[in-house]
Design a protein around this ligand. Sequence first.
Ligand SMILES: [Zn+2]
Length: 146
Amino acid sequence: MTRLHLSERNLQQAAEFAPLLPAPQAAHLHSCRLCQGRVATYQQLFTAAARLPKPAFDFDLAATVLAQLPRAKPSFPWALSAVAVLVLGVVTAFLTLFGGVLMQIFQGLSTELGTGLGAVAGFIMAGQCLELLARHRQQMRHLSLL
Ligand SMILES: [Zn+2]
């Protein structure tokens, strides 16, 4: 048995959930009426605090916070989509008209060109992923400051 009485932290631990208490402190609590009384007081305090009504503000907290958040841009820019569709149409028309000639040219080249093109595409994709990750982190940092 510990000779010293329990610390405030141990008393609160015992009041919330007694099995969390380390063994020496639990043994002391088992035999000390003073500490048992303090634990009972903490239990009454915790019970009373749990019964208190939730705090209510006299203003709309959510509206106040939302008013200070930056306005989100439209998630799908329609003008950019129209340009993308136009470019895709031009590329499709080009491939339809000159696809046969391009296939003959590429078949004549070695596979090293294909490997090089694949590597370049991989580097571009990795760069785009890193850019997206950096932008995401910047936005998260901005949100955490608000
Ligand atoms: Zn004690």
